[in-house]
Design a protein around this ligand. Structure first.
Ligand code: HEM
Length: 156
């Protein structure tokens, strides 16, 4: 069989409908999560090898931009898991292949239903519309272990 690389533009013009987009997004999210995991393991290991670098990295993560990046990671894991489960189910019960389009939409709806509340929980505090989740519990624990001023420094 002849295999030709037709390029991204041709791929985008290819009218593969739901199946093609689900496949493309599954690959993009799979590689994205893998990339994130590699970076995350390196950065977490820094707590042992270079605690100063680790502390600096934590400061950078407090930037609101990272809240949106975290939301993207959440979406990637969620989509990959739900769509991946759809693929596994279709593999086990091949007659469901005939319902691939409907199942792809069902997976998309499940992802959307989870994304709506999670987006609110993660993004609302950035705009001051809701309190940071877990902040109160975090402060209480911190006060128990140390003294209050140090705890506020952690939050700021
Ligand atoms: C609930 C967890 C997961 C499920 C159910 C799942 C399911 C799947 C399935 C069924 C495939 C094959 C897709 C196909 O045949 O077209 C796949 C591919 C892949 N997965 Fe996952 N996966 C999961 C977690 C992960 C994680 C955590 C990572 C990254 C660290 C990952 C990275 C990948 C990659 C890179 C591919 C190859 C994509 C491609 O070649 O298009 N997966 N996954």
């Amino acid at each position: 069989m002849e295999v030709r690389n037709r390029g991204l533009v041709t791929a985008l013009r290819y009218r593969g409908r739901e199946g093609m987009w689900a496949w493309l997004l599954h690959r993009a999210t799979g590689l994205g999560v893998l990339f994130f995991l590699i970076i995350h393991v390196i950065e977490t290991a820094a707590v042992v090898y270079s605690p100063e670098f680790y502390d600096e990295a934590l400061q950078i993560y407090k930037n609101p931009f990272f809240r949106f990046a975290e939301l993207l990671i959440f979406f990637s894991v969620l989509f990959h898991a739900v769509n991946g489960s759809r693929i596994v189910i279709q593999d086990f019960w091949p007659y469901l292949m005939e319902r691939q389009r409907q199942l792809t939409w069902a997976a998309g709806i499940v992802v959307l239903l989870v994304m709506v509340p999670v987006t609110w929980i993660m993004v609302a505090p950035v705009f001051g519309l809701a309190e940071e989740p877990g902040l109160e519990r975090h402060l209480e624990r911190c006060v128990e272990r140390t003294q209050a001023p140090a705890c506020l420094e952690v939050v700021e």
